[in-house]
Design a protein around this ligand. Structure first.
Ligand code: MN
Length: 160
């Protein structure tokens, strides 16, 4: 039973060397129904991408051991990994970063700090593209709920 439930969760590989960013994003993605594997450097990301066959990769571009640019190029050059969508994450909206990320082979790009709603919609777009190609569970939509853009009102002013 546990295995079949596991199977329905899209698996995301999160490659991020900053521990706080990594843990926070991991927790939030898990809460939204994803199975998340975290790697703290580029080399570990490369190994995990092969060992875990994730459905999607979130890639910090500034990484120790092997940076995100090199890791992306390697993954997109490898037969076993070239089909995995990659979303690049960079700390600053640097001019040319987006073009550079796409040129390196990334499928999409976003900036940190992460806007989770925006990132989830990019993840969804790439996963659904794969769904239509038959590569991932079609139950994906049922397993992921999107965060409300605003918190529900916690109190009623009229009652005060
Ligand atoms: Mn980094």
């Amino acid at each position: 039973m546990q295995n079949s439930k596991h199977f329905l969760m899209p698996k995301i590989l999160l490659v991020e060397d900053n521990e706080l960013n990594r843990d926070m994003l991991l927790r939030r993605l898990v809460r939204h129904g994803f199975d998340v594997i975290a790697a703290e450097n580029g080399l570990q990301g490369l190994l995990d991408a092969h060992a875990e066959a994730p459905d999607l990769i979130l890639m910090d571009m500034s990484l120790p051991q092997m940076d995100g640019w090199e890791l992306t190029r390697r993954l997109k050059a490898g037969r076993a990994t070239q089909h995995i969508p990659i979303i690049a994450l960079t700390a600053h909206a640097m001019l040319g970063d987006r073009e550079g990320a796409l040129q390196a082979g990334c499928d999409d790009y976003d900036t940190k700090p992460v806007d989770l709603g925006r990132l989830l919609s990019k993840i969804e777009t790439l996963l659904l593209r794969r769904t239509s190609e038959g590569n991932i569970s079609t139950n994906y939509q049922a397993t992921v709920s999107f965060p409300p853009q605003t918190q529900p009102v916690a109190f009623n002013k009229e009652g005060k």
